[in-house]
Design a protein around this ligand. Structure first.
Ligand code: PLP
Length: 400
């Protein structure tokens, strides 16, 4: 069967593939510890769920405008204004079916054949595929491992070309947990502004932050307006409010760009599901309850971050890893742990899953198959169990 060039290079999401495989092994009765999933293990806070249920019962079940309920766009604008101290025009906010759709809108509207988009690597697995769906070329660029792979302008200088249209940054980063400081963001945005390159800033993990307690990771809106050129900010409810299945994300951009995204959504999906928007409205509007929920989940993620670091240092000494400063992933290097017949982390993860029942995501999904991503959005006991199984495999298996 031949498909259109639009989808010729499209592959299914590698992280979702691992999750589906782990779930199907569980359904077969296998004892699997799944640390492959990229979602909080908490239920959506009740104040949000209740608002959505009430919304459904009171008839909030019809179409909304394609860019979302005006009151939700306004609540998101207020949220962005409160955190940045800037004036935010609610008409620049477009509510989408998750950050995924906001990113699709971005690449599809701003790029096309012949354009290149720089993708800071290791990258969230979906960025290159979304760029390719717009028939543009993703150009991956790694920073130094010693700098948690964060890119700096000299890294970008090596790969920039006359066709470069955008630069994708993700902070806190999936899969490394690295965070760009305000000074680092400032340097990068000055570089991009000077070359007329769009910054696409994915800040979906902004609230899962291990810096100052109660704080959030720096983002583009924290920079003085004069330092930033064209940008699209994407964020959403999935990770901050444990709402992955609700499918609520948003973009914030100039009104002109927001109008194009709205036109695109009006032709392909119409609005994000109305009950989901009603739930998200409560999440963004009820600042007090939302802050409590974020703090509670944040404390658990921080404790687990400390736990995985302790376990790495004690049980796998000498195995390189990136110290997570945000998000809920540990990225560690397994090329020193491979069996003789294994060429990379994909084979190593497959053995770990089949023989020891632990699901992790191989680094091939993020641009480097010497590494592995472990999600610590799981109970402490499961994390400890996973480490025991990894150690069991490493000590019976190949060269260390
Ligand atoms: N961006 C990053 C970096 C992610 O890790 C994910 C999900 O794992 C998303 C975006 C997608 O989030 P959403 O559920 O809002 O589509």
């Amino acid at each position: 069967m031949s498909f259109s060039a639009n989808v010729e290079r499209l592959k299914p999401s590698a992280t979702i593939t691992v999750s589906i495989l782990a779930k199907s092994l569980v359904a077969e009765g296998r004892d699997i510890v799944n640390l492959g999933a990229g979602e909080p293990d908490f239920d959506t806070p009740l104040f949000i769920a209740d608002a959505a249920v009430h919304g459904i019962r009171s008839g909030r079940t019809r179409y909304t405008p394609p860019a979302g309920l005006p009151e939700l766009r306004q609540a998101i604008a207020n949220h962005l204004a409160a955190r940045s101290g800037r004036e935010i025009n609610w008409q620049g906010v477009v509510v989408s079916a998750g950050v995924k759709q906001a990113l699709f809108n971005t690449f599809f509207s701003l790029c096309g054949p012949g354009d290149e988009v720089l993708v800071a690597a290791p990258y969230w697995t979906t960025y290159p595929d979304l760029v390719m769906l717009a028939r543009a070329e993703p150009v991956t660029v790694f920073g130094a491992e010693a700098n948690s792979f964060k890119v700096v302008p000299s890294d970008l200088e090596r790969v920039v070309s006359g066709n470069t249209k955008g630069l994708v940054l993700n902070t806190p980063c999936n899969p490394t947990g690295a965070i760009y400081s305000l000074a680092e963001l400032k340097e990068l945005s000055a570089w991009a502004k000077g070359r007329g390159i769009w910054i696409v800033s994915d800040e979906i993990y902004r609230n899962v932050y291990f810096g100052e307690e109660g704080g959030a990771a720096p983002g583009v809106l924290d920079l003085p307006e004069s330092d930033v050129g064209n940008f699209i900010l994407v964020d959403g409810a999935s990770k901050s409010y444990a709402m992955t299945g609700w499918r609520v994300g948003f973009s914030y951009s100039s009104v002109e760009v927001a109008q194009k995204f709205t036109a695109l959504q009006s032709q392909i999906t119409s609005n994000t599901a109305t009950p989901s928007q009603v739930g998200a409205l409560e999440a963004f509007r009820n600042v007090e309850a939302a802050s409590l929920a974020i703090a509670e989940m944040g404390a658990a993620f921080r404790r687990r971050r400390d736990l995985v670091i302790t376990l790495m240092d004690q049980l796998l000494p000498g195995v390189p890893y990136i110290r997570p400063e945000g998000a809920f992933y540990l990225y560690f290097r397994v090329d020193g742990l491979l069996a003789a017949d294994e060429s990379g982390a994909t084979a190593w993860c497959s053995r770990l899953l089949q023989e020891h029942g632990v699901a992790l995501v191989p680094g091939a999904a993020f641009g480097d198959d010497r590494w592995v991503r472990l999600s610590f959005a799981a109970a402490d006991a499961l994390i400890e169990e996973a480490f025991e199984r990894v150690v069991a495999m490493v000590s019976t298996g190949a060269a260390v």
